[in-house]
Design a protein around this ligand. Structure first.
Ligand SMILES: [Zn+2]
Ligand SMILES: [Zn+2]
Length: 377
């Protein structure tokens, strides 16, 4: 099949920025030297522009996982433009299609099923999406957002002003305009490009799938380290409305920490969180599936599978009872500040159920490990 025509503007942008970053910057450093200030500014702008994509383009605008103050939105819109990945409107439209038709070659704009290169950069180099280039019908909500439309309508001007204006001004203040534009402009941009592109490529290839195997998205703590927390992509694809990608407090997700910190300053609000029970259920379902697949060849498979299924059903039952009581308790505590008899009784039941649920969970985990570890090894 004949490939669609090249998009020369995109090709030119990638070739020039990459050439300047990998050839121009080292040459300049060798001949004239580069100071710590340039490096420090580049790192700061790396985080600012990268997280404008993850916290802004991705979690705020594409998925609406929280609401932000207009000041925050302006910052994210400028930072996002400085990351040169098209406008918020265009990016979000692509991204919503990606979620809706994930892995469907021909529909998913950066389908990982078409290989690493295609999902990383290849998809931007040719007219693969020409038929829907100006179709923003899946982003009508964003078309009503004044900041989104301001950025969309003045995109090129904002890109140039941010990339050359901000770095140029900082360079002027530091006494070396060209060095600053080279390091904090070009080198930083190329780095941000690749780390964010890794979310479409690597995060759909490398890692495990603890929540769903219906798509290629993976969870990978290593990828999270250089994608501002977006490496927990398996969780993200199943619970895309959650403002977090790494849900455990210790999982490296600076984007989540930024959004949460801003909420303490009242600059963000309505942070969406998936109910714990739904997350746990998805995870257990995958464990059961793994167990079933791995145990099918055992000699006494029927017997073992039956046992596993029984324990699993019991666990789900206990879990549902536990969360139901927890919910009731939270509600009653909210309504009555004073300890009532009802409250006391429910509290007792809650503690009992919690213990029973935890015991059953331990039993399940032990069973799961017992049957799966020797096979894995
Ligand atoms: Zn997403
Ligand atoms: Zn994805």
């Amino acid at each position: 099949m004949k490939k669609p025509p090249l998009i020369f503007l995109n090709l030119l942008i990638f070739v020039i920025t990459t050439a300047v970053a990998v050839i121009g910057v080292p040459l300049w450093a060798y001949n004239y030297g580069i100071g710590l200030t340039e490096i420090f500014v580049a790192i700061a702008l790396f985080f600012f522009t990268g997280m404008s994509i993850t916290a802004g383009y991705h979690r705020l605008w594409s998925h609406k996982t929280y609401e932000a103050h207009p000041i925050v939105k302006v910052f994210l819109a400028v930072g996002g433009a400085m990351a040169v990945q098209n406008s918020i409107l265009h990016w979000s439209s692509d991204h919503r299609v990606h979620h809706r038709h994930v892995d469907e070659n021909g529909k998913d704009p950066y389908s990982a099923k078409r290989g690493f290169w295609f999902s990383h950069m290849g998809w931007m180099l040719r007219e693969y999406q020409a038929h829907r280039y100006d179709d923003y019908s899946n982003c009508r909500d964003l078309q009503k957002d004044k900041i989104v439309m301001w950025q969309h309508n003045h995109y090129i001007a904002i890109v140039l002003a941010a990339n050359f204006g901000i770095t140029g001004l900082l360079g002027f203040l530091n006494g070396d305009i060209i060095a600053m534009i080279l390091v904090a402009g070009f080198a930083r941009l190329v780095a941000v490009h690749h780390v964010t592109f890794f979310i479409n490529s690597l995060a759909h290839i490398w890692g495990n799938r603890p929540y769903t195997d219906k798509n290629t998205a993976r969870d990978n703590g290593v990828i999270a380290l250089f994608t501002f927390g977006e490496g927990y992509h398996n969780f993200h694809h199943i619970f895309a409305n959650d403002y977090r990608n790494g849900i455990k407090w210790w999982q490296y997700d600076p984007t989540k920490w930024l959004i949460k910190s801003l909420s303490w300053l009242k600059l963000t609000k309505k942070l969406q969180v998936t109910p714990e029970e739904r997350i746990e259920k998805a995870r257990l379902q995958m464990q059961l599936k793994h167990a079933q697949i791995k145990l099918i060849n055992l000699q006494n498979a029927d017997e073992v599978l039956l046992k596993i299924q029984e324990e699993y059903d019991l666990l789900l039952h206990k879990m549902s009872e536990y969360y139901k009581t927890k919910k009731a308790l939270v509600k009653i505590r909210k309504n009555s500040l004073q300890a009532s008899y009802e409250n006391f009784e429910l509290d007792f039941k809650y503690k009992e159920l919690k213990q029973s649920f935890n015991l059953q969970r331990e039993k399940w985990q032990a069973l799961y490990t017992y049957y799966l570890e020797p096979i894995k090894a």
